[in-house]
Design a protein around this ligand. Structure first.
Ligand code: FES
Ligand code: FES
Length: 155
């Protein structure tokens, strides 16, 4: 598969989950395993541009496909994606455990709906749990990122 633009190939057991492949074979440890049962969203990554909970996908199902993790997002002038910048600016994180998954879910949400309402952000992120923030600043960050990305497009 391609992970953040790089080809990564390995023989793995049939039961290997994509999140374990990404963490242990590709060596990218931002996607976290919070629950292993598709409840928390901390393992969210993009698979062919769609957000998936990578604990619910077998590595073999990603064979030949394109994976993007939060490590592959950066690239802006200060090295951060607008969603990452907005999470920082709006204090959308505390311990940070949920953040890589939350950011990837937000990136996917904004790709599908570049100008979401607050309600749409809340419902778009309902599969991602945060034990720290109370969600308020996360929602503000996603709305701020939407505004920043729209401005960048208009330039
Ligand atoms: S670890 Fe995948 S949803 Fe919780
Ligand atoms: S910032 Fe701690 S779980 Fe979300």
């Amino acid at each position: 598969m391609t992970v953040n633009g790089n080809a990564v190939a390995a023989e793995v057991a049939d039961r290997t989950l994509l999140v374990h492949f990404v963490r242990e074979v590709a060596g990218l440890t931002a996607a976290n395993v919070g629950c292993d049962t598709s409840s928390c969203g901390s393992c969210t990554i993009l698979l062919d541009g769609q957000s998936v909970k990578s604990c619910t996908v077998l590595a073999a199902q990603a064979d030949g496909r394109e994976v993007v993790t939060v490590e592959g997002l950066a690239g802006g002038p200060d090295g951060l994606h607008p969603v990452q910048q907005a999470f920082r600016a709006e204090h959308g994180l505390q311990c940070g455990f949920c953040t890589p998954g939350m950011v990837m879910a937000a990136v996917s949400l904004l790709a599908e709906n570049p100008r979401p309402t607050e309600e749409q952000v809340r419902s778009g992120l309902e599969g991602n749990l945060c034990r720290c923030t109370g969600y308020h600043n996360i929602v503000r960050a996603v709305l701020a990122a939407a505004g920043a990305m729209e401005e960048m497009e208009q330039r």
